[in-house]
Design a protein around this ligand. Structure first.
Ligand SMILES: [Zn+2]
Length: 414
């Protein structure tokens, strides 16, 4: 078929339930040509038509364009340092089925076996309709689909092993895929140049330039957490010293609070940030009641918080005043780094995912002050906004994986 057929499928994918008339307008073709294309794609089991819901206005009834009930599907797979999930995704982005399980930081061989079995299960249900897979993983992926995941101790992993018979397999770093999804369906929609940062166990992200992530020569771009914006005395899991990621994540908060390195830095960070947010809220309430000047929140008290070492232990209290100070220090490190990236990359806006969302909600003024302080004069007049990601943490990467699979598959369908 034609590139025009691909363009029509892309329109239906992007605007699920679009009317045939609107699709024709978006493609810049006449209604006759659109009807002909739709007929052709319906015969090929790629599109279906249904009557549009009555709009209440006069005029000829129109039809909406939908994915064909027997049409192609893609698999979207998200593997994190503690769980995996597989979605079957139709044209338009609807999820037809989903399988998931926790692996709790297992060896790669065990994760691969579990995911491969789940793919076999979905193949037995959907058969040849499954045409491609997009995979999100917690580390850089080379152009030959090899994964390095420092935090999970998975090295030199060949992602083709997950589905050796796949017709089309694409894969990417979770933060890069979250950036792609955020640009398509989230806070960065429509931005010409968007910077997305995701703080979890480490910090990653991507620059989306003209709709596509900047991947680098080896597919490893976007490792912003490993720029030396942090404390040179701190060694990072990547092998370098002074990485920015070690100054803005759960390990940074634990160091500031004199606590041992947390086993799960994301959960730990969320607890500390929530404690700080509660304390800041009650400080504000006390000031409102008494009309008092701001309370001094003191300095971080060593050993005030300790992370449980064994499972099943009660989680010790985190000192509220110390948590406020620690979260402010981390917020400052985040704001300064953001300024550096904006000076270097000149994006229209910045979106923050992962615990970046929590930090932005807890200490917005600290982050903004450090951000503005670090900006070059040319950016000060109208600093690129720093916004929380609109897609939840567990949806961004898998949505991005589905998008990558669909954008690779669409040109092959027609
Ligand atoms: Zn590093």
């Amino acid at each position: 078929m034609t590139t025009r057929s691909t363009a029509l499928l892309r329109v239906v994918h992007r605007h699920s339930g679009v009317t045939r008339a609107d699709a024709a307008r978006l493609l810049g073709i006449g209604t006759g040509a659109a009807t002909e294309l739709v007929t052709k794609l319906s015969r090929a089991a790629l599109l279906a038509q249904a009557p549009a819901a009555p709009s209440g206005t006069r005029g000829r009834p129109t039809t909406v364009l939908l994915p064909h009930p027997d049409g192609p599907l893609v698999l979207a797979c998200a593997i994190t340092h503690e769980a995996w999930r597989l979605d079957v995704v139709a044209l338009g982005g609807a999820t037809a089925a989903s399988l998931s399980a926790r692996h709790g930081g297992a060896r790669w061989a065990d994760v691969r076996t579990a995911v491969a079995a789940a793919i076999e299960d979905l193949l037995s249900r959907y058969g040849d309709r499954l045409r491609a897979i997009g995979i999100s993983v917690p580390g850089p992926v080379s152009r030959t689909l090899r994964l390095e995941a420092f935090t999970s101790d998975w090295h030199g992993i060949d992602l083709n092993e997950l589905w050796p018979g796949a017709g089309l397999l694409v894969a990417g770093n979770d933060a890069t895929l979250a950036a792609t999804a955020e640009h398509l369906r989230g806070s960065a929609a429509g931005a010409a140049v968007a910077l997305h940062l995701r703080i979890e166990a480490g910090l990653g992200g991507a620059v989306i330039d003209d709709g596509r992530p900047v991947l680098g020569a080896h597919g490893a771009a976007g490792e912003f957490g490993h720029m030396p914006f942090g404390d040179p005395a701190v060694r990072c899991g990547c092998g370098a010293h002074g990485c920015w990621g070690t100054a803005v994540d759960g390990t940074a908060l634990a160091r500031l609070l004199g606590a041992p390195e947390p086993r799960d830095p994301v959960t730990y960070a969320r607890r500390v940030i929530a404690t700080a947010a509660r304390e800041l809220g009650s400080q504000r309430a006390r000031q409102d009641v008494a009309g008092l000047p701001p309370l001094s929140s003191g300095t971080p008290s060593g050993g005030a918080a300790a992370y449980p070492c064994g499972s099943g232990e009660a989680e010790p209290e985190i000192d509220p005043a110390a948590s406020v100070e620690a979260v402010r220090v981390v917020g400052g490190a985040l704001g300064r780094g953001l300024a550096g990236l904006v000076n270097a990359l000149d994006p229209n806006l910045v979106t923050l995912g992962g615990i970046g969302v929590d930090l932005l909600a807890a200490v917005p003024n600290t982050i903004t002050a450090a951000y503005r302080d670090g900006l070059m004069l040319i950016h000060r007049e109208s600093p690129p906004p720093v916004l929380p990601a609109a897609l939840p943490d567990d949806e961004g990467p898998i949505a991005g994986a589905a998008e990558e699979a669909w954008s690779a598959l669409l040109p092959r369908l027609t």
